[in-house]
Design a protein around this ligand. Structure first.
Ligand SMILES: OCN(O)CCCc1ccccc1
Ligand code: NI
Length: 183
């Protein structure tokens, strides 16, 4: 299983690399890695398991964070209605996005960043994503709200981008114009 020991931290060069496309159909090894990634994300949100193994809770994980420079992401979010949204994806690609922006009022964090970096992280409010899931099926989804934010955070990792790269240095809490605040 993946634990915090497997998660590399800022300063490690892999976090600043552009990850390689996964050759499809995915190899057994790539499928095993992605399966372990979604397990981590789910385990990290389980109070008992996360406590037992010292897992820092995360709503997503990107392969570069476990030092695998491949385009794989895992996301598990329980929305405000209690609905679970789970994605284990190869080669996710943002096909289009809104002009309108959104941001989490609480800011963002990262399992690879062992410090708090306060500030507003502007994201596209709505995105359309194409990818291939763990079962080898192509998906084409439209996202908004927290899910859209998490997908952008994870896809950024595949391009060597950290959430704080988006924070306005001179005024970290400057609200982007024409943006939706997500509580
Ligand atoms: O890359 C995943 N990760 O570092 C865990 C935290 C993910 C995350 C946290 C806040 C807003 C969006 C995404
Ligand atoms: Ni992160």
């Amino acid at each position: 299983m993946i634990t915090m020991e497997n998660i590399i931290r800022e300063g490690h060069p892999t976090l600043r690399k552009v990850a390689e496309e996964v050759t499809l159909p995915a190899s057994e090894q790539d499928k095993e890695t992605l399966s372990l990634m979604i397990d981590y994300v789910k385990n990290s949100q389980d109070p008992e398991v996360s406590e037992k193994y010292g897992l820092r809770p995360g709503i997503g994980l990107a392969a570069p964070q476990i030092n695998v420079a491949k385009r794989m992401i895992a996301i598990h979010v329980v929305d405000e209605k209690g609905v679970q949204h789970s994605y284990a994806l190869f080669n996710p690609k943002i096909m289009s996005h809104s002009v309108e922006k959104s941001y989490l009022t609480s800011g963002e964090g990262c399992l690879s960043v062992d410090r708090s970096v306060p500030g507003i992280v502007p994201r596209y409010a709505r995105i359309r994503v194409k990818a291939t899931n763990l079962d080898g099926e192509q998906i084409d989804i439209r996202l908004r709200g927290l899910l859209a934010v998490v997908f952008q955070h994870e896809i950024d990792h595949l391009n060597g981008i950290m959430f704080y790269d988006h924070i306005n240095e001179s005024n970290p809490f400057q609200e982007p114009e024409n943006a939706i605040a997500i509580e």
